[in-house]
Design a protein around this ligand. Structure first.
Ligand code: NAP
Ligand code: MG
Length: 490
């Protein structure tokens, strides 16, 4: 089961799961395969963890909390993470190729993901010895102070769109705070979270601190979030799965971070630098073939510049050539045949139910030599009404809907007319208008004049159906420590 030929890597991608520092098969021997979405070929396999395996991983993780990991000074813990960052950078080309092969994303994006993942370990490694508590003044007869203690075993349920970065985004702050981690990667893209275990081993992470239980969400994922010894669940994925996880976590009163996607607006006001707005919009919606929770999937444009924006955008989108991620194509495949079908159904609904105009795209693609791949053309749907399904629902594909407005105030109203509230972008030269938009828009992060501005150190998370809790930045650490207050009478 090793893919050979042009689109392959020079290593065996039939991997084992990671429990307590050991590389193991599932207790019942079951394995799953993973494909290259560009060719439809199987490129590797991994064990399908059973509920027993998950139980063992959580037990190991719990034991590791009390072992060498706890005895390490916070500074030494931080150095492990910083070393992991250096090893990830050393292995970046190799791991980026594997990420591309498994997920389909263009190689330049996978390389950026590797750098981001290394960045998370470096950034949070620096915080391991700086999680200071406070002292509380109660007068001369008392001393009172707080400790930041690790919450315990943390579960990380990972989606398929950013396999390694989402893992690093949750695991790095958890480890910095002294927690241990059990990761359930998405079955479609499991490989890099397993390979991260080798990186962390080499960096000196004690056995059992980082465990990976691959497999199906309904089995391995469900068993993980239901485990009574899991203290916190960090989940990124769909609303329905997130809601189920929150209910399950309630049974054992585990805290949850839910990152559930969005339908984020990119507002372009009449005074905007249209060149910047075009570049920003292209990146906002077509990165990773639109399979991005924070994608800017709704262009909310003032009527005065609508035609000018479309004149610039449409030829650029029409010129995007689809191809294999390893060839660094302008746009890669979607992750699976199912995802392509979902996108095709949404576009068909826009055509039939709303008679909307598809300015470009709106069809499946079959690049030469990749006829069995899962490709969908980058698409723009013009002048969509607020009520259209393609406006209200997350498509999770390379489909931009355009909404035309007549004022900056209407842009805010349209931006907020969504069940989601993850990100919002605005392009304008008027800083007061930008700030008014930032103040009034329902979103966890607002990007002004550069969609996706920010990075590892800028807090990230949703409002409304996009979820709650914050990842990235200092804010993320709060999920992974709890405050213990100690007060003494003198
Ligand atoms: P999903 O079902 O929410 O999957 C996310 C993760 O949860 C995967 O690891 C999945 O495992 C796991 N999972 C599934 N059922 C579970 C359960 N009962 N208990 C615990 N874990 C469980 O999302 P999806 O099916 O991959 O994608 C569906 C839609 O979700 C997409 O179309 C998109 O709208 C949205 N999505 C959002 C993001 C985001 O970044 N916010 C990312 C991906 C998808 P398996 O997949 O391995 O079974
Ligand atoms: Mg795959």
């Amino acid at each position: 089961m090793v893919a050979t030929g042009k689109w392959s890597v020079a290593e065996d991608l039939n991997l084992k799961m990671v429990i307590g520092g050991q590389r193991l098969e599932a207790s019942n021997g079951a394995r799953l395969t993973t494909e290259d979405p560009a060719t439809g070929r199987v490129i590797g396999s991994f064990p399908a963890a059973t509920a027993d395996d998950v139980g063992r991983a959580v037990e190991n993780s719990r034991a590791a909390l009390k072992g060498d990991w706890r005895r390490m000074t916070p500074a030494a813990r931080g150095r492990v993470l910083v070393r992991a960052a250096a090893i990830l950078r050393r292995e970046a080309d190799r791991l980026a190729r594997i990420e591309t092969l498994d997920s389909g994303k263009p190689l330049r994006e996978a390389k950026a993901d590797l750098e981001t993942s290394a960045g998370y370990f470096e950034y949070y490694g620096g915080f391991a010895d700086k999680l200071e508590g406070t002292s509380i003044p109660l007068g001369p007869d008392y001393m009172s102070f707080t400790l930041h203690e690790p919450v315990g075993v943390t579960a990380h349920v990972i989606p398929w769109n950013f396999p390694l970065t989402t893992t690093a985004r949750g695991v790095a702050p958890a480890l910095a705070a002294g927690c241990t981690a059990v990761v359930k990667p998405a079955a479609l893209t499991t490989l890099t979270s397993l390979l991260l275990a080798d990186v962390l081993d080499e960096a000196g992470l004690p056995a059992g601190v980082y465990n990976v239980v691959p497999g199906r969400g309904s089995e391995a994922g469900a068993a993980l979030v239901a485990h009574p010894d899991v203290a916190h669940v960090t989940f990124t994925g769909s609303v329905a799965t997130g809601q189920g996880i929150m209910r399950t976590a309630a049974d054992h009163v585990a805290s949850v971070t839910l990152e559930l996607g969005g339908k984020s607006p990119v507002a372009v006001l009449a005074d905007a630098d249209l060149g910047a707005a075009v570049e920003g919009t292209l990146k906002a919606i077509y990165m990773n073939a639109g399979q991005v929770c924070s994608a800017g999937s709704r262009l909310v444009v003032e009527r005065k510049v609508h035609a000018a924006m479309m004149e610039r955008l449409v030829p650029r989108v029409a010129a995007m050539e689809a191809g294999h991620g390893l060839d660094d194509a302008a746009i890669g495949p979607m992750v699976s045949a199912e995802q392509v079908q979902i996108v095709a159904d949404y576009v068909e609904d826009a055509r039939r139910a709303n008679s909307l105009e598809i300015l470009v795209g709106g069809r499946r693609l079959a690049p030469a030599g990749l006829e069995r791949g899962h490709f969908y053309a980058p698409t723009i749907i013009d002048d969509a009404p607020r009520s259209a399904r393609v406006v209200q629902e997350e498509i999770f594909g390379p489909v931009l809907t355009v909404q035309i407005v007549d004022s900056p105030e209407e842009a805010i109203a349209v931006a907020n007319d969504s069940p989601f509230g993850l990100c919002a972008g605005i392009y304008t030269r008027d800083i007061a208008r930008a700030m008014a938009f930032a103040r009034d828009v329902d979103a966890g992060q607002v990007f002004i004049n550069q969609y996706f501005a920010g990075g590892i150190s800028t807090p990230f998370g949703g409002t409304k159906m996009s979820g709650f809790g914050r990842e990235k930045g200092l804010a993320a650490l709060a999920s992974y420590y709890r405050v213990k207050c100690i007060t003494t009478r003198l």
